[in-house]
Design a protein around this ligand. Structure first.
Ligand code: C5P
Length: 241
């Protein structure tokens, strides 16, 4: 029997007959600003699950170990059970979102090098930005694990940036989550989708028209479903080898 193990803002995780394998069900529910804004994006669950499947397969081919096993329905995938590291790793290529708000950098400024940031995955505290020293004090990861998370995230960025460029999409920034398997090896977990990435259409220069990601929902730009569908179609148009 499948039992609900955990319900998050965008996914529900169920147990399966195999204790090492879980079922991730992707919801249409959308939240922003630490769930202060709530809504639904029609078809989002299926789109995000399918986009994540394609990107996990791409990353596996590129040598990145992920929790992904198999997509079993448009909005469901089997994943390996991991112990989630309570860090959100954000990689940024272009200034946007909280980076602009907190530093004054103008939106759209291309960063000379990708910026890797760690946030504490804790809704009650509002997911605060951490430093490496804080991560150590909080005993959330070892120095070696911090370095591994950083280099894995940069490699993911390299692979995804190139892939999205082939789709005519600029990967502005994105958030990753990682887990530890039974041997304490780090695996890429969670999802990679228009909910967790900023994606700009390269054939639009207008700062609102180009947005193909959850910022359309956050900023009330409209056409959210269309934008997600466009991302799905462009991603699926790129065959994996
Ligand atoms: O809000 P901020 O600019 O820090 O977000 C950076 C990137 O991380 C964006 O692509 C955003 O969608 C993603 N993110 C996320 N989940 C969070 C925070 C940020 O997917 N809890």
């Amino acid at each position: 029997m499948n039992q609900k193990l955990y319900e998050g803002k965008a996914k529900i995780i169920y147990t399966t007959d195999n204790p090492e394998i879980l079922l991730a069900y992707y919801k249409d529910d959308a939240t922003a600003f630490n769930a202060q804004k709530r809504g639904q994006i029609a078809g989002k669950g299926q789109i995000n699950c399918t986009v994540s499947t394609h990107l996990f397969k791409l990353l596996e081919q590129g040598g990145i170990r992920t929790h992904f096993i198999e997509q079993t329905a448009p909005d469901q995938m089997l994943v390996r059970r991991v112990q989630i590291v309570p860090l959100e790793v954000v990689v940024r290529n272009i200034a946007a979102g909280s980076l602009c708000k907190q530093t004054g950098l103008p939106e759209g400024k291309i960063l000379a090098n990708p910026l890797v940031e760690f946030y504490y995955k804790n809704d009650a505290l509002g997911d605060p930005l951490l430093t490496s020293d804080r991560i150590l004090v909080m005993e959330l990861a070892t120095p070696e694990q911090i370095e591994q998370l950083r280099s894995l995230s940069l490699e993911v960025n390299r692979i995804l940036t190139q892939f999205f460029n082939q789709c005519g999409i600029t990967l502005v920034d994105f958030k990753l989550e990682f887990g530890l398997d039974e041997t304490q090896q780090i695996l890429l977990a969670d999802e990679i989708s228009p909910d967790t990435c900023r994606l700009w259409n390269q054939s639009e220069t207008d700062s609102e028209k180009r947005v193909m990601d959850k910022d359309r929902f956050r900023r009330d730009l409209g056409n959210v479903e269309n934008a997600y569908q466009q991302v799905l179609e462009r991603v699926l148009a790129q065959n994996l080898h």
